[in-house]
Ligand binder design. Structure first.
Ligand code: AR6
Length: 175
């Protein structure tokens, strides 16, 4: 089961051989900094247009929710734009909202019959979620989901920095 999850260090926009790339977006879905900016740059203008169309139809994307678009210039098949919670000290259901964010991404990937999905460390940058706690939630949520469902078959946690990679690697090693 543990081979269903891979931990790598790097830039998520450079991944090849993955069906779905998850973006840490904001409720506007109009792009931003961090991994959101990098993904929109790599994917191109058509993805912003796709996000605008979703906005027109469905409005803002609440924390915990996610939407799917094609992947434009990226080699993946699709991008899931997920809105994690902003850390507000821990008493505003941030943990449950973060778990929900991961679950909604997995549901969308499964519904579209994708087999592999790559996640950044959602909410741990600009949104300020403590890295250790966020990694534990991400790991437990994804691990449980993959163990219970046929799809997706594999998840990759893409860590942008050394500290995040070490946190995820420790979780992987304790399995
Ligand atoms: N590949 C993988 N991970 C990355 C990359 C990359 N290219 N770039 C950054 N990270 P953040 P959030 C890591 O701030 O906290 C945006 O402006 C980064 O080191 O991108 O969910 C949105 O529009 C960190 O570990 O996302 C929202 O307004 C993780 O990705 C807001 O930021 C998440 O950091 C969302 O904040």
């Amino acid at each position: 089961m543990s081979d269903c999850i891979e931990v790598i260090k790097g830039d998520i926009t450079q991944l090849i051989d993955v069906d779905v790339i998850v973006n840490a977006a904001n409720p506007s879905l109009m792009g931003g900094g961090g991994v959101d900016g990098a993904i929109h740059r790599a994917a191109g203008e058509t993805i912003l247009e796709a996000c605008k169309a979703i906005r027109r139809q469905e409005g803002m994307c609440d924390p915990g929710q996610a939407v799917i678009t094609e992947a434009g210039n990226m080699t993946a098949q699709a991008i899931i734009h997920a809105v994690g919670p902003v850390w507000q000290g821990g008493n505003q259901q941030e943990a449950e909202l973060l778990a929900q964010t991961y679950r909604n991404c997995l549901d969308l990937a499964a519904a579209n019959r994708y087999r592999t999905i790559a996640f950044p460390a959602i909410s741990t940058g600009v949104y300020g979620f403590p890295r250790q706690q966020a990694a534990r939630i991400a790991w437990d949520t994804v691990y449980r989901y993959l163990g219970q469902r046929p799809l997706p078959e594999k998840a990759i946690f893409v860590c942008f920095d050394e500290e995040t990679q070490q946190i995820y690697q420790t979780l992987a090693d304790t399995l």
